[in-house]
Ligand binder design. Sequence first.
Ligand SMILES: Cc1cc2nc3c(=O)[nH]c(=O)nc-3n(C[C@H](O)[C@H](O)[C@H](O)COP(=O)(O)OP(=O)(O)OC[C@H]3O[C@@H](n4cnc5c(N)ncnc54)[C@H](O)[C@@H]3O)c2cc1C
Ligand SMILES: NC(=O)c1ccc[n+]([C@@H]2O[C@H](COP(=O)([O-])OP(=O)(O)OC[C@H]3O[C@@H](n4cnc5c(N)ncnc54)[C@H](OP(=O)(O)O)[C@@H]3O)[C@@H](O)[C@H]2O)c1
Length: 277
Amino acid sequence: MTEMKSVSEATAVKAPVLPDAQTVTEVKHWTDSLFSFKVSRPASLRFRSGEFVMIGLLGDNGKPLLRAYSIASPSWDEELEFYSIKVQNGPLTSKLQHIKPGDQIILRPKPVGTLVHDALLPGKRLWFFATGTGFAPFASLLREPQTYGDYDEVIITHTCREVAELEYGRQLIENIRQDELLAELMGEGFADKIRYYPTTTREDSPKMGRITTLLQDGTVFADLGIEGGIKPETDRAMVCGSLAFNLDIKEILEGFGLREGANSEPKEFVIEKAFVG
Ligand SMILES: Cc1cc2nc3c(=O)[nH]c(=O)nc-3n(C[C@H](O)[C@H](O)[C@H](O)COP(=O)(O)OP(=O)(O)OC[C@H]3O[C@@H](n4cnc5c(N)ncnc54)[C@H](O)[C@@H]3O)c2cc1C
Ligand SMILES: NC(=O)c1ccc[n+]([C@@H]2O[C@H](COP(=O)([O-])OP(=O)(O)OC[C@H]3O[C@@H](n4cnc5c(N)ncnc54)[C@H](OP(=O)(O)O)[C@@H]3O)[C@@H](O)[C@H]2O)c1
């Protein structure tokens, strides 16, 4: 009887639930407000390129402080990469920006999201429209073999305030073009399908202006030699930026006759917020 009691007491007291810890393996600072980092990948984690997970640190109150983050690495990679803003008074990123290799972060292994190939109907030309850290899901999709298997042309536009904020994306695309392992995975010449279209709005660069304006006045199509603009028969799009940006692009894409899709109902374009607020 005494023994029974002690067993039932033992089962009633649950072992402390440890957060899903992963180890930081690499950190790179790009500007005062942007950095990227890599962490170990949980053996059980499967995700589709373009999805996001919740990551974070233990807060001062001892509870996990978690935020949504797009996985910037492709689904086949051994490690997980993230591309992050540093918000000076941000509850998470004011601390996260100080992580170093060997530190641990929390990563909840439940990937979700709409920026996935499954949410689009088959097409010939795929557009990725990003502002700021909205580039992150496309850093994953640009290294995903299906992107090149499914499309003849992949156009990635990235609009930032300043030139330095484009650097993570610029280097990533340059590395994709030179990577022999990727060529082996995706097929020789795959990188010729990539058309990179970076623009800045507050610092001089070869292409100035919001991508929305450049789409509306036809500059993008003239620059890329695309006749007749975006067409629902051939063109597919994925969008990731601020709420205002997403709304503006949505209106433009709908103006071209594209419809917004979802995992459950694939159509011609999909949208995800790069941040809330
Ligand atoms: C689906 C989804 C995916 C996301 N993926 C990423 C990602 O890959 N990389 C990333 O850095 N953030 C991403 N975010 C934003 C992220 O969840 C946090 O908001 C961010 O890490 C800041 O956290 P914080 O606690 O420091 O500040 P918060 O309290 O979360 O944010 C404070 C304010 O900072 C601004 N802000 C927050 N995030 C950003 C951002 N990324 N770019 C510009 N301004 C921002 C907003 O004005 C916000 O109100 C994503 C958000 C969502 C909803
Ligand atoms: N990045 C910085 O240098 C910086 C510095 C201080 C504070 N912050 C704060 O950080 C937050 C996010 O800054 P962020 O630069 O990463 O993101 P952001 O303000 O969303 O701007 C990113 C890029 O998207 C463009 N953009 C914004 N809204 C758009 C729309 N509706 N249509 C088309 N393009 C649009 C911006 O152009 P425009 O320049 O024309 O808006 C900019 O080039 C903001 O709250 C900002 O106040 C950022």
